[in-house]
Design a protein around this ligand. Structure first.
Ligand code: ADP
Length: 482
């Protein structure tokens, strides 16, 4: 199959969160399974990814103009199409927000025009450029208007839309809708983009894509409820026959404690002595030596979703019991400030690194004993899976993908972490204390570490679930009389 991916993030070049990792590793897994993948990603931010000499071009005369693309061939069946111009790439910041954290005011306009250009130029059989894919796979709201444009232009091409996070809806006012040049009938509540007075790119994707997927089976169920549906549960409820939850896999080459170049010592499940060394180096470098409790970690976007409020609430109790805590994250300025204050109040016990750092993320995963994920909601979550691979036991709120990847070691025969059901600080603390109990029993802890390190969270099997969806779509498309 020839598959076009459309995504705003692609690791390691353009990364805000897990979507970058998933776009890159799923594309690679699908190409390893014998399919041709072309990943289309706008270049955003000051650091331009390497664009080797390749085919370059710019968009034609119909539809939006000013887009420039360059192609990098990663392997025989995997290419990246870097799209620049037209308001992308000349800004300082990321795909969604400026360096200050404020969202780009023209984000929807730019992505909307990108979708139109892709539909007319790259995907349409009449288009001058492009892969002429068998199907298009769109990730999150920035590509949400693409299935709509494909519908509007009558292009007979199946589309898959993956919801990585329903909280980001790509909202826009009516005047942006008009500037995008979409036919007026698409501005309606039932079957259109209108969403409580705004337009929503995400809603467009949910309505016009042939198939919907999201990143874990539990999240696929949760988003049908008002508590997790962000107002879109009604729209999703009408599409349950076309909605599948597929657990995200991880890149087991990048996240491999035996070969990880960021670690002072490698290790595997047969010999965990390297992990001890990583712990020592992490504690020393971050001034966290001492304490007779677990070394705990948090890494993530500092967004409401991640439950940092819970973490800040229980942190003093944990450190009073001898725990040490290292936090790595960037995000809401207010949360960044409060975390820095918390660390300031507990010198030598809590460290907050307010930055984005791949090397630190790897060393922290390896050096920590436990990894904390008190997320209020979590579509899939990658960090708990990285933690398991690094022999670091996750302590999680049983929600979304965390529920699907972590079984409680006190309640299940083959537990793979610690989890709590009720979203409260008391439940979180009590799960941490249970984990501490296990950690204080070195024999039990070693058994748990070995068990989580042997989990197969690679894409090898999980990518096949996407292939089945593609194959069904193509089979239906070819059996539908034109
Ligand atoms: P989300 O997609 O909601 O951000 P995930 O757990 O799915 O959450 O993925 C988060 C990814 O981003 C992981 O690869 C994590 O290591 C990485 N990450 C988040 N914040 C940072 C940071 N400050 N430094 C390095 N990596 C980070």
């Amino acid at each position: 199959m020839r598959i076009a991916f459309v995504t705003p993030e692609l690791a390691p070049w353009i990364k805000v969160g897990g979507l970058a990792d998933v776009s890159a590793s799923l594309a690679r897994a699908l190409s390893d399974l014998g399919h041709t993948i072309q990943v289309m990603v706008p270049v955003t931010g000051p650091e331009s990814p390497p664009r080797e000499a390749g085919i370059a071009g710019s968009s034609g005369t119909s539809g939006p103009t000013g887009f420039i693309w360059q192609i990098t061939r990663i392997s025989t069946r995997l290419e990246v199409v870097w799209i620049s111009g037209a308001g992308f790439s000349d800004r300082v910041g990321g795909p969604y927000a400026q360096l200050s954290g404020e969202e780009w005011p023209d984000g929807v306009l730019r992505y909307g025009r990108l979708c139109e250009m892709l539909a007319r130029t790259w995907i349409s059989p009449q288009g001058r450029w492009g892969l002429r894919p068998d199907l298009v796979h769109v990730h999150d709201w920035p590509g949400g208007l693409l299935p709509l444009w494909i519908h509007s232009l009558g292009i007979p091409l199946p589309t898959v839309f993956t919801i990585h996070n329903l909280a980001y809806r790509g909202l826009f006012p009516h005047d942006v809708f008009e500037r995008l040049g979409l036919a007026p009938e698409y501005w309606r509540t039932e079957g259109g983009v209108e969403f409580y007075g705004s337009g929503s790119c995400l809603k467009a994707g949910l309505i016009f894509a042939s198939q919907l997927t999201t990143v874990s089976p539990s999240y696929a169920r949760e988003i049908l409820t008002p508590a997790f549906g962000n107002g879109l549960e009604g729209v999703l409820g009408k599409r349950t026959a076309n909605l599948t939850g597929i657990l995200n896999g991880i890149d087991t080459d990048t996240w491999n404690p035996a070969t990880d170049p960021y670690l002072p010592a490698g290790y595997d499940l047969n010999d965990l002595s390297g992990k001890e060394q990583c712990r020592r180096v992490l504690a020393e470098r971050r001034g966290l030596a001492g304490g007779d409790g677990p070394l705990a970690a948090f890494i993530g976007r500092l967004a409401e979703q991640k439950g940092i409020d819970r973490l800040m609430e229980i942190a003093p109790e944990l450190v009073s019991r001898g725990w040490r805590l290292v936090i790595l994250g960037r995000g809401m300025p207010d949360v960044e400030r409060r975390l820095a204050d918390l660390a300031g109040q507990h010198p030598g016990k809590i460290r907050a690194l307010i930055e984005h750092s791949e090397p630190w993320a790897h060393l922290i995963e390896a050096g920590a004993d436990v990894f904390l994920m008190p997320s209020h909601f979590e579509p899939c979550g990658l960090n708990q899976q990285y933690s398991q691979r690094y022999g670091t036991l996750p302590i999680v709120h049983a929600v979304g993908g965390l529920r699907d990847t972590v079984q409680d070691a006190d309640r299940e025969l083959h537990g793979t972490g610690f989890r709590y059901e009720t979203d409260s600080s008391e439940s979180f603390l009590s799960a941490c204390l249970r984990a501490e109990g296990a950690w204080r029993d070195p024999v039990r802890w070693r058994v748990l570490q070995r068990r989580v390190m042997s989990i197969d969270s690679s894409w090898q099997t999980r990518a096949r679930a996407y292939l089945r969806i593609y194959e069904d779509l193509l089979a239906n498309a070819s059996s539908t009389p034109s």
